[in-house]
Design a protein around this ligand. Structure first.
Ligand code: SF4
Length: 396
């Protein structure tokens, strides 16, 4: 078996290996999601892309208003080539990170030194709180590799040395292993954070039920915060996509600072799912991105969509507007966006290409490992470089 790096989600697991023999794919360490992803990408059929490239570039160059969108499944190097292409074509570069993660990363919670890397969590994290996030759905190895099960320097007995809390609007799989389970009404996160903060500060506000949670349950949760030497809150889509991400993140930030005032450690980390969400956010410097509104109002006539099945994930109004545009798709085959595109150019995946770097959800850069299998496909970077060459040729 060869060592590989999995591109199935933003954990970018680099402690796994795989082997392909004929039609059979074996893997060691990959979760079900990662193995399914690997099986899909190793079985892709190669295709000639030269004619498609010419046609795609013609569409891009004839655009009145071009949108260049997607990117969360591309490497950091591919994002850079995308930015260059946007400059050459006068296209508006934007990404699927603007469906929540990008706005969250602009919040002051991420400039206040409240984050830490996942290895630190493994070694020190004592009270682990999943708030509006459910790793069992999308980041399968989060709990087994970093946050719940493993032993760490200050966590000698693994899960036995940790306390787990889950706050969500419904029962989740992750709740099954939690010591504290708080189920709240949708949109009540900031209110609950206020109550927890007041109780932590000794104001004894919790008497009876709060937001449907029994008072004893909530006091137990706050006592867990008091006892823990290192608390880590992993916030997810429930926090950032509820329409109240600003007040929710401010509430988490206040809570962390209050815990720190008691002399204990506390941190907040996001649970973004798509593999290179952080790499894309790092590469985009603009403070404002109104691409979604502009898309919905029909401002763009052509879109180059790279790597993401955006038609399946965009808000309805933006998806409808995108479906009316001429689109060129570059990425793995499959999905609505691929099917609906005027031109689709299919590419390899970094896990099999073994090239480039992505940025893990805690901002750690992870390089893909060279793998001797399945090199016949072009990568997204190859396609973007060829597009740039054709454009230079046409403009010369
Ligand atoms: S947790 Fe994510 S990166 Fe790790 S093996 Fe599973 S899909 Fe791949």
């Amino acid at each position: 078996m060869d060592d590989v790096v999995c591109s199935g989600c933003s954990l970018l697991c680099d402690d796994v290996s795989a082997e392909v023999s004929g039609k059979s794919v074996s893997s060691l360490g990959l979760c079900k999601l990662g193995h399914t992803h690997l099986e899909k990408v190793v079985m892709l059929k190669s295709e000639s892309i030269e004619k498609k490239l010419e046609k795609a570039v013609d569409i891009l160059l004839n655009a009145k208003n071009l949108l260049i969108y997607g990117w969360t499944h591309t490497t950091d190097e591919e994002v850079q080539e995308g930015l260059k292409l946007a400059e050459m074509t006068n296209g508006h570069f934007s990404s699927s990170t603007n469906l929540g993660p990008w706005q969250a990363m602009l919040h002051s919670i991420h400039s206040e030194g409240l984050a830490i890397d996942l290895e630190y969590v493994r070694n020190n994290g004592e009270f682990i709180i999943y708030w509006g996030s459910d790793p069992s759905e999308s980041l399968h190895r989060h709990s087994s590799r970093f946050a719940v099960l493993p032993r760490g320097q200050k966590i000698p007995e693994g899960v036995e040395s940790r306390t787990i809390g889950v706050v969500d609007v419904r029962k989740t799989e992750t709740m099954k292993m939690a010591n504290h389970r708080l189920i709240i009404p949708a949109g009540a996160d900031a209110e609950l954070l206020d109550v927890i903060l007041s109780e932590l500060e000794g104001k004894s506000v919790v008497k009876d039920k709060v937001l449907g949670i029994p008072g004893s349950e909530l006091i137990g949760f706050v006592n867990g915060l008091r006892k823990s030497d290192c608390t880590v809150i992993f916030y997810g889509s429930g926090v950032i996509n509820s329409g109240k991400y600003d007040s929710n993140l401010s509430g988490i930030s206040k809570l962390i600072k209050a815990i720190r005032k008691t002399g204990k450690e506390a941190y907040a980390l996001p649970m973004f799912v798509e593999p290179n969400t952080m790499g894309v956010i790092k590469a985009i410097s603009q403070e404002e991105d109104d691409a979604l509104q502009r898309m919905a109002s029909g401002e763009f006539d052509v879109a180059l969509i790279v790597s993401d099945d955006v038609l399946a994930n965009l808000p309805n109004i933006a998806a409808k507007a995108l479906a009316r545009m001429q689109t060129v798709y570059v990425g793995l085959s499959g999905g609505f966006t691929d099917t609906k595109a005027k031109v689709s150019i299919h590419t390899n995946d970094p896990i099999t290409a073994g090239l480039g770097t992505m940025t893990r959800v805690d901002m750690k850069e992870i390089s893909f490992k060279k793998w001797k299998t399945r090199k016949e496909h072009s990568t997204i970077r190859d396609v973007l470089l060829k597009m740039q060459d054709i454009i230079r040729g046409k403009k010369a």
